[in-house]
Design a protein around this ligand. Structure first.
Ligand code: ME8
Length: 666
């Protein structure tokens, strides 16, 4: 037996914003993997963390005028809060601003330098702050990064330290040709081999401190800071003893699984192994790559804001149903769309009908006829034995999990739950209980069923740990949650608790189509002319802790002073679009006065970010297209904005517009 622990990691999130559904997806998948492998062997280390350096964080904090450390600490708290709420069982957490991490990064840097892989050279390139990475021509779509279409690339010209990635080309090709590192799904491997064969260059591994001070100083050169990815990737080793405890390090490293999203494969499949080879550190074993979650088909981004805050969903539906839905409905290695109605449907069918009902059915018999006691197992007929033989399908699950097919595992577990319900229907305990001669059999059947519920509690624990614990409590099962205990136990005994409805049914709320609109009060904090048109203003609008760029064709009718510091209703979830090369991320409401030919915009007094309502409707925003907006036929009525029979308003006031009745807003 090896004393090497199973080591599983997630990507470490940038702390430049609140955690979103993508972060929730990754950490839930990782937690599910960790809990699953712990059922096989408890000797596992699960690490996550936060990526706290880099241009993105530094400039966002600067723009907001907040001290960078204070800025990241705020988001650190938010991430930890989400992870705790989600019941994430991480063992270690690496903050890349920690001293421990810094020491490890310096040691790592020196090891690569000693190997002759870090050298200074003049550099010129286009940098995407969103990805924190230089981009080659072939990675761009119409001159923009495909992952960050809203961001301009930055031209960087400076002397940097370079990592000699090209030296590792052949070794890396060999690694992937021979599956020394496995990339799952395998189609992602083809992408990596393609990059290795065609466009590999040495990479800039530092930034000038005068331009970007937020990072660790390059050892022996105070003018440079270490590039954020060279720092971030090292978290996988620095936090497990690389610099401070060799024994600990050797008992955890190499990582068995790095779980990451599809946008950062290149860093993990090319940079990271090359860095490890350079520093003489063994390679990790597997890269699991998940897809991206969209919200009802739209990319997570500014237009949806926090409308789909995981915490809000958890509050509404509970942690475990949320975890269950994410793991079941979003295929682990493809993109998937979050649809709230699907969550409700999944909850009602799989959780309430299949699992909740099964528990209730069995408890009812135990309480009614056995005074809560689990009856003794006496003997099994053929049909019982067939069912008992179905209890252990661990090797099947392990094979799927080793291939990162989480939803396949979940579906297989559900097949067992359905088999249990089917078994009840076939053996008909309600018939057995009435027949004196069938008393022994009735007891055995109920014993088998209670044991099936015990086994189910083990199987579902990686997906819904709290529900699993609840079921264990109800049947008073104290033993370790482990696959060691997955076979039928003829000696199970004890008393069960009272009936519990684990998943009360949820009614599907039919949303009013008007609820998709998200109007907020926006305060104009900057106005300038569009460089390509004197009729258009480019406005910077504060919509509550977030700034939007909005292009508005009102420069003929309003002076810059008219607008500055005033507040207006803004449609914040309209699909962003490019207006003469500038991305417009929201819309003011207005229309032309037929008499004066002046464009008049709607106004409202209030605080930036304040929610507006269409009558009494609670907004349930989705991204809205311009076409959809036009279909709503908003009209002026008594200087207010009327949408069907309702008016646009804040909690306190109506939105006002100085136009005659009947004019269409556009
Ligand atoms: O990339 N759906 O941080 P990050 C699913 N700091 N996953 C998503 C997603 C979405 N819509 N959006 C992002 C970073 N992710 C770096 C990682 S690792 C040494 C450094 C995933 O906060 C993304 O793919 O932008 C990544 O795996 C994780 O969330 C953190 O993203």
């Amino acid at each position: 037996m090896s004393d090497k622990k199973f080591y599983l990691t997630t990507a470490i999130a940038y702390l430049n914003g609140s955690p979103h559904m993508g972060h929730a997806l990754e950490i839930i998948q990782a937690d599910c993997l960790a809990r699953f492998y712990r059922l096989i062997d408890d000797d596992l280390v699960f690490q996550t963390g936060s990526d706290e350096h880099g241009v993105k964080i530094y400039t966002t904090a600067q723009e907001k005028g907040i001290d960078t450390q204070e800025f990241i600490d705020k988001y650190y708290e938010e991430f930890i809060h989400l992870y705790n709420t989600l019941n994430i069982s991480y063992d270690r957490y690496c903050r890349t601003t920690s001293e421990l991490h810094e020491k490890g990064v310096i040691k790592f840097w020196k090891a690569m330098q000693k190997n002759g892989d870090l050298e200074k050279a003049q550099y010129q390139g286009m940098y995407c702050v969103g990805c924190e990475s230089f981009k080659t021509e072939s990675e761009l779509e119409n001159g923009r990064c495909p992952f960050h279409l809203n961001r301009e690339l930055i031209k960087v010209e400076e002397e940097n330290y370079f990592f000699k990635l090209t030296r590792y080309k052949e070794k890396l090709l060999d690694i992937y040709e021979n599956d020394i590192i496995e990339i799952i799904p395998r189609r992602r491997k083809a992408e990596i081999v393609g990059i290795l064969k065609s466009e590999l260059t040495d990479i800039s591994f530092s930034r000038l401190k005068t331009k970007m001070p937020w990072g660790f100083e390059v050892p022996g050169d105070e003018e440079h800071v270490i590039y954020v990815w060279a720092d971030a990737l090292a978290n996988y080793i620095t936090n497990i003893g690389y610099e401070y405890d060799e024994h600990e390090f050797n008992s955890i490293w190499p990582a068995d699984i790095h779980l990451i999203g599809k946008d950062i494969v290149k860093f993990h499949a090319i940079y990271w192994p090359a860095m490890l080879l350079s520093a003489g550190i063994p390679l990790f074993k597997k890269l699991f790559v998940h897809g991206f979650i969209t919200i009802e088909g739209s990319k997570i981004g500014k237009s949806l804001g926090n409308a789909v805050d995981p915490l809000v969903l958890i509050k509404e539906y509970g942690v475990d149903p949320f975890r269950y839905y994410i793991l079941k409905n979003i295929p682990s290695y493809d993109d998937g769309s979050f649809v709230e109605d699907d969550l409700v449907e999944t909850y009602n069918t799989s959780l309430a009908d299949d699992l909740g009902n099964l528990l209730l059915r069995v408890l009812t018999f135990l309480i009614k006829d056995f005074d809560h006691k689990i009856p003794k197992f006496i003997s099994a007929e053929e049909i019982d034995q067939e069912f008992i033989d179905k209890f252990n399908f661990v090797s099947e699950l392990k094979e799927s999990m080793d291939n990162f097919q989480i939803n396949k595992v979940l579906n297989r577990v559900w097949e067992f739950i359905k088999d249990t319900n089917k078994y009840i229907n076939e053996v008909e305990p309600w018939v057995l209980r009435k027949d004196e001669n069938k008393n022994e059999r009735y007891r055995s059947v109920l014993h088998i069923l209670t044991d099936a519920i015990r086994v189910i509690s083990i199987y579902i624990s990686p997906f819904m740990p709290s529900i699993a614990d609840k079921i264990k409590d109800i049947i008073n099962y104290q033993d370790e949650c482990s696959f060691k205990n997955i076979d039928f136990d003829p000696n199970l005994s004890g008393k069960v608790g009272n009936k519990v409805v684990l998943f009360p049914k949820i009614e599907l709320k039919k949303a009013d189509p008007m609820q998709i609109f998200d109007f907020k009060i926006g305060k104009i904090i900057d106005v300038h002319f569009h460089p390509e048109s004197s009729k258009i203003y480019v406005l910077t609008v504060d919509v509550g802790g977030e700034e939007r760029t909005i292009c508005a064709k009102i420069a003929k009718d309003y002076t810059q002073e008219d607008l500055m510091n005033n507040t207006y209703p803004v449609l914040v979830n309209i699909k962003s679009r490019s207006i003469l090369g500038i991305e417009s991320e929201g819309m003011l409401l207005g229309a032309k006065d037929p008499q004066t030919k002046r464009t008049i915009i709607a106004e409202i007094k209030g605080v930036a970010g304040e929610q507006l309502y269409i009558g009494d409707l609670e907004p349930k925003p989705r991204v809205v297209s311009g076409k959809k907006f036009n279909k709503t036929k908003m009209k002026v009525k008594k200087n207010k904005i009327r949408i069907r029979d309702k008016y646009l308003k804040s909690k306190k006031k109506y939105v006002q517009i100085d136009l005659p009745d009947g004019i269409r807003i556009n």
